[in-house]
Write a protein that binds this ligand. Structure first.
Ligand code: IMP
Length: 431
């Protein structure tokens, strides 16, 4: 059975959750493999809104399994709240539906405190993190001193590690001029309690996944954030602290790369970015404001207004390359209704120099302005359209032109927030 990876082809918030939710109908297992509760997926099913930060969107489908892989950093408070909320709404009635890797790293109170204190001190050069402790948790993981889900299940080990780690964190906070607000005994008691709540879900997720795939089940790997926020391939240092590209679906879950059959990149019909960093097609004018308003471009996790701009074909072509994209899904096409012209960034300009590909040097990228190709817009509402042929001619021409410049076919377009408001041109699970 096919295994499919879905990743963000821009700066995150591309509407991956919705596409994952839709394709889950054809998958057996949905897997998160990186990031943490810096992500937020807003899903609208039957007019009702659900925001998920850690649990894969597939949980809304009874009978499907969801995996939080080893590559994820999990805040147990957030995870337990999500579990409770889902249960209260009638989802996740069977604990076997959620598999939490024993090896996923845990976000501790000091990770959040350090994240926030560093950002507060950074001034102009701040990354604009979500303040959820993501970076400091990954730092501890790579420094081989992190705490994992398995550490929450053994109270003695937990107490020993909390004492060790909290002392180091206090020192770091003091250097940053911030105070530590936690008490070690309280952290041990609370995290042991959270460990007890999470125990029914915690297991060797890589082995579980291996067995599921060996038994002929198919998996959908759900990326968080986006390609340009990848710690290696994004606009470093204005990135998140994990690999967001498709290759990490394997490392972050424990399957081999040969298990993956198809990679789909999700892009909005325009672009957005949250936090600092270069963004050549950004619009700081009325058009940008209109995209923000109509597209409701405010962070699902932090509520921050997102920066907005036209779609950037160089960024998408780059995403196609580093992810090995088989196809694109274009979301929020309906937001472009009513613009007299729609634009695609097709080149960058810096002084007298032009670029056909995204420059890898941040300082160069920061000075680049986008050069656009303009296409005629459309006035028709799209939310009722269910077939590609029924989309306005100009809408199809726009999507086809984006695909042509990027060099990747379009597999789906979305014309509204609801699950049903999507046109699938090619379903990777039904090849
Ligand atoms: P962090 O992941 O909280 O460390 O934040 C690092 C950068 O990634 C900041 O610019 C954040 O705004 C951005 N970021 C993190 N998660 C998301 C996301 O899910 N969507 C969009 N931007 C994100």
């Amino acid at each position: 059975m096919p295994n499919v990876v879905i990743i963000g082809a821009q700066w995150g918030d591309e509407g991956k959750g919705k596409v994952v939710d839709l394709l889950t109908q054809d998958a057996d297992v949905v897997v998160r493999f990186q990031g943490g509760n810096n992500a937020g997926h807003t899903l609208v099913v039957g007019g009702e809104k659900t925001v998920l930060h850690l649990i894969p969107a597939g949980i809304l489908h009874p009978g499907k399994s969801c995996v939080i892989g080893n590559g994820v950093v999990a805040d147990p408070e957030v995870l337990c709240t999500e579990i409770d909320k889902l249960k209260a709404r009638g989802f996740l009635q069977d604990d076997g539906q959620l598999v939490l890797s024993l090896d996923a790293h845990v976000i501790m109170p000091w990770h959040k405190a350090i994240d926030i204190a560093r950002e507060a001190k950074a001034g102009e050069g701040k990354i604009g993190t979500t303040g959820r402790g993501i970076g400091p948790t990954y730092e501890d993981k790579v420094a081989r001193r992190g705490m994992r889900i398995r550490d929450l299940l053994d109270e003695q080990r937990l107490a020993r590690k909390v004492t060790e780690r909290s002392a180091a964190a206090r020192e770091e906070l003091a250097r940053l001029g911030a105070a530590a607000s936690w008490k070690d005994e309280e952290v041990v008691a609370r995290y042991a309690e959270l460990g007890r709540k999470l125990k029914p879900f915690a297991r060797d997720a890589a082995l579980w996944l291996h067995r599921a795939l060996a038994a002929g089940k198919s998996a959908l790997f759900e990326g968080a954030q986006g390609t340009l926020l990848d710690v290696d391939h994004g606009t470093y240092p204005f990135v998140t602290s994990s690999n967001t590209v498709a290759g990490n679906a394997a490392c972050g879950s424990g399957v081999g790369p040969t298990a993956i059959d198809t990679v789909i990149g999700i892009t909005k019909a325009y672009s957005t970015r949250v936090g600092g960093g270069p963004y050549p097609s950004e619009l700081k004018d009325e058009t940008g404001e209109r995209l923000r308003k109509v597209g409701n471009e405010y962070g699902a996790t932090t509520g921050r207004p997102r920066r907005t701009g036209w779609i950037d074909a160089l960024a998408l072509r780059y995403a196609a390359r580093v992810n090995g994209l088989d196809g694109l899904a274009v979301t929020k096409l309906d937001v472009l209704t009513g613009f007299s012209e729609v634009k695609i960034a097709v080149k960058y300009r810096m002084g007298g120099e032009t670029f056909d590909e995204m420059p890898s040097d941040l300082e160069t990228l920061e000075k680049c302005e986008a050069i656009y190709e303009s296409l005629p817009g459309w006035t028709e509402k799209l939310d009722g359209v269910r077939r590609w042929e029924d989309l306005p001619k100009n809408t199809r021409a726009y999507v086809e032109r984006v695909a042509q410049i990027v060099g990747v076919k379009v597999m789906a377009v979305s014309v509204g927030a609801d699950r049903g408001e999507t046109i699938i041109l090619e379903n990777p699970f039904r090849k």
